[in-house]
Design a protein around this ligand. Sequence first.
Ligand SMILES: NC(=O)C1=CN([C@@H]2O[C@H](COP(=O)(O)OP(=O)(O)OC[C@H]3O[C@@H](n4cnc5c(N)ncnc54)[C@H](OP(=O)(O)O)[C@@H]3O)[C@@H](O)[C@H]2O)C=CC1
Ligand SMILES: CC(=O)N[C@@H](CCC(=O)OP(=O)(O)O)C(=O)O
Length: 319
Amino acid sequence: MIRRIGIVGARGHVGSELIRLFASHPRFELAFVSSRERAGQKLSDHEPDYEGDLSYVSHGPDEAAGQGVDALVLALPNGKAAPFVAAVDARAPDTCIVDLSADYRFDDGWYYGLPELTRDRYAGQRRISNPGCYATAMQLVVAPMLDALAGPVQCFGVSGYSGAGTTPSDKNDVELLRDNLMPYALTNHIHEREVTRQLGHEVQFLPHVAPHFRGLTITANMPLAAVFELDQIVARYRERYAGEPLVRVVEGTPWVSRIASRHDVELGGFTLSPDGRRLVAVATEDNLLKGAATQALQNLNIAFGFDEMAGIPVAERNT
Ligand SMILES: NC(=O)C1=CN([C@@H]2O[C@H](COP(=O)(O)OP(=O)(O)OC[C@H]3O[C@@H](n4cnc5c(N)ncnc54)[C@H](OP(=O)(O)O)[C@@H]3O)[C@@H](O)[C@H]2O)C=CC1
Ligand SMILES: CC(=O)N[C@@H](CCC(=O)OP(=O)(O)O)C(=O)O
């Protein structure tokens, strides 16, 4: 059975990646794509991978909730989801909602969908909160060591500027970013709170934005409660993510230039201090894919009982 999807926020960086994924998905089809700025324009003029007849519409909450879709994907800036959720709750409560923003990541009434770590907790919920991009990489790199940590973890993060969305700001101003590395939100970033809450362990996050467009790097510093050897560390990561097509454990150091446009996360760069009591590990991820759209698709596949990897391009999978 084909399931129908509506996207609100379809003009954005994440919306665009979602459209590309849905355009070739075997079991989902796009029912509407909403953007105020592009209303009336043909979708195929902006997204060449899409071959259908849809044009962008501009749906407010009630219109979006009234289209009879099976799932509504919200790819709006933070703080904008609530009216859409309220309209679905009122008009079509069985519609599945996947929210890409941070708005419901701290709400226990919503399923937090980072499948490699939380799919066991999926029990048919129809309200799904998609993790933040940095938060995904931080959790995946720290999780295998959780039971061995001796104190707070520090994560140094560098993102491409697509992470800052399309609304103009210093963090996506290519002139300000030229030859630059821009630190921001150096304490209390929302992803610091998200990761600390999800892992149940303090993570301190130091975000930066850089001149490249897509892809992020997390370099995690982990104090250890016992002495470790490097081969034990690599074995831990390999065992934790065995059979996970979207997490690749490598022995070299991940480079962000190699992860752009790929659907997986790379974990590597494992380095121990000389006394074996401090581990540094590196994660790279495409913030728009595993950090957003690909993960949303994993969550929707799970919610509708499809293969979790359905529609996630095989050529770019790791086996
Ligand atoms: N960029 C990234 O790397 C990641 C982003 N996210 C999250 O995903 C969401 C989307 O991000 P991104 O695609 O980068 O954002 P963009 O700024 O690129 O796009 C935002 C979209 O929302 C629409 N929009 C803006 N304001 C409103 C409004 N008040 N009502 C309805 N539509 C509105 C815009 O279109 P129009 O103005 O035409 O309506 C546009 O389509 C955000 O919550 C972000 O935090 C999550 C992980 C990674
Ligand atoms: C470079 C940059 O600005 N990145 C964004 C993270 C993008 C993302 O995943 O954010 P949400 O939690 O809003 O979904 C930030 O630091 O807020």
